[in-house]
Ligand binder design. Structure first.
Ligand SMILES: Cc1cc2nc3c(=O)[nH]c(=O)nc-3n(C[C@H](O)[C@H](O)[C@H](O)COP(=O)(O)OP(=O)(O)OC[C@H]3O[C@@H](n4cnc5c(N)ncnc54)[C@H](O)[C@@H]3O)c2cc1C
Length: 406
């Protein structure tokens, strides 16, 4: 049944047991756990998302990033069993999809996505979706009324399962230059067209992390070399984007035992590695660098100027160096400000929910932020720790929640 039809149908329907807001990696994984553990049946559960297809934002940003392999191991998939993705890859009909690289058998993006589709279909997760974007949550006779711009829904339990992945971070100099008409694009912007333009002059990628390097390698291989990467720091090689010790009890127990949330925030900041690259991506970049197809400049861009001929002049702090390019890509990540989203501010105020000095929610150990309002992903990081945003963070928060409900 089309999602829009479902929405209309549901509007007059009974109150939901669970309404998950956000149908990306986190919301979809949690819906799988709730159904698999019989904590709700598919009539009582809905996943609200502004996009018709599950994982729409994940697919857009991963496709735009030029990545071939996930950074996480094959045990981190959309399904509950940690062997599910490898089993899927072993099926004879999937032989061509089976593509892994070390360490920990990291799956190809195409394999991960095919397995995700398979999991969604096998468990009917596409049939429990509602089209919409929550803008407000209020009390309603012991339940919650979740409003979208068009309508509203009643639910006993609500889960906030969205992150910053719709908010690309633009450096100040880029904001100004774009207002002046400079052709500067953010790879994570919904407006970004990943199709590579014909014969761009001196393409430049801004950023020093995995996406910047992958994008530069992709452009260079597509024949628009040499590509200049402008990074604020030397390359930082790390297998994962946070310390994997926090995935399990070894480090997580101590993190959760910490009652001072400023300390927890400090641990998260220290144990995450933004702007880092796994070894395989660094090596790929090094090969192309030797061939003169990519180059790396360590500098801060301080200003950019749009030229009448369509090129952009990038002024770098170091020695006043100037780079001229007709195709500037920002690989500068996301704003880390989800707690400032108007709907989160509204909920915090309406229900008097606890927040840390850093502005993020303080949920209980089973992810309940307060009054049958639960969190996962970025909004749960003060409880889930450094890998909160990742696929494994979705599993860890779902396990905590499910264990408490049972
Ligand atoms: C390029 C890239 C590669 C990555 N690679 C890996 C990897 O290899 N391994 C790994 O573990 N992690 C990886 N990550 C990190 C992480 O897994 C992703 O960021 C993940 O998509 C986060 O999931 P999410 O559900 O929180 O957000 P999303 O996938 O963005 O989903 C959130 C959904 O909620 C919707 N939404 C927003 N606001 C509302 C609202 N008010 N009401 C209803 N719906 C709303 C959004 O439209 C979106 O559809 C990667 C991230 C990026 C950007």
């Amino acid at each position: 049944m089309p999602v829009a039809q479902l929405q209309t149908q549901f509007y007059t329907g009974p109150m939901l047991d669970w309404l998950i807001l956000g149908g990306g990696i986190h919301g979809t994984i949690l819906s799988r756990y709730l159904l698999a553990h019989d904590l709700v049946d598919s009539d009582g559960l809905r996943v609200m998302d502004p996009y018709e297809t599950p994982l729409a934002v994940w697919r857009r940003v991963t496709n735009a990033s030029g990545m071939h392999y996930l950074r996480s191991p094959s045990s981190h998939s959309l399904d509950i069993d940690f062997r599910a993705l490898r089993r899927f890859a072993r099926r004879p009909e999937n032989r061509e999809l089976a593509d892994f690289i070390p360490p920990y058998a990291r799956p190809a993006l195409s394999l991960f996505d095919a397995h995700a589709d398979n999991t969604i279909e096998a468990h009917g997760l596409e049939h429990i979706r509602l089209l919409g974007r929550a803008i407000e949550i209020n009390r309603n006779n012991g339940a919650k009324r979740v409003r979208t711009a068009e309508t509203s829904f009643l639910a006993r339990n609500v889960v906030l399962a969205f992150s910053d992945s719709e908010s690309p971070h633009y450096p100040e100099w880029a904001i100004q230059a774009r207002q002046d008409g400079a052709r500067i694009f953010h790879v994570f912007s919904p407006e970004f067209n990943p199709r590579i333009p014909q014969d761009p002059v001196a393409p430049a990628v801004i950023g020093g992390g995995i996406t910047a390097l992958q994008k530069a390698c992709q452009l260079a291989r597509a024949g628009v070399a040499p590509v200049t990467v402008i990074a604020r720091h030397q390359l930082r090689v790390a297998a994962f984007d946070s310390n994997p010790c926090f995935v399990g009890p070894k480090c997580l127990d101590e993190f959760r035992a910490e009652r001072d949330y400023r300390r927890r925030r400090a641990i998260i900041d220290a144990e995450r590695f933004p702007g880092s690259v796994p070894r395989d991506v660094a090596e790929d970049f090094a090969v192309l660098r030797k061939q003169g197809m990519v180059r790396l400049i360590i500098a801060h861009v301080t200003a950019a100027e749009a030229r009448p001929d369509g090129t952009v002049r990038l002024l770098c702090s170091e020695g006043g160096r100037v780079i001229e390019s007709s195709y500037v890509l920002l690989a500068t990540g996301f704003k880390r400000r989800i707690y400032k989203a108007p709907v989160i501010q509204q909920i915090t105020k309406e229900f008097g929910l606890p927040i840390g000095d850093c502005g993020f929610p303080i949920p209980q150990s089973h992810m309940e932020w307060g009054e049958n309002i639960f969190v996962t992903g970025a909004l749960a990081e003060l409880e889930v720790g450094p890998p909160a945003l990742n696929i494994i963070g979705a599993h860890n928060s779902a396990r905590q929640l499910v264990a408490a409900l049972r």
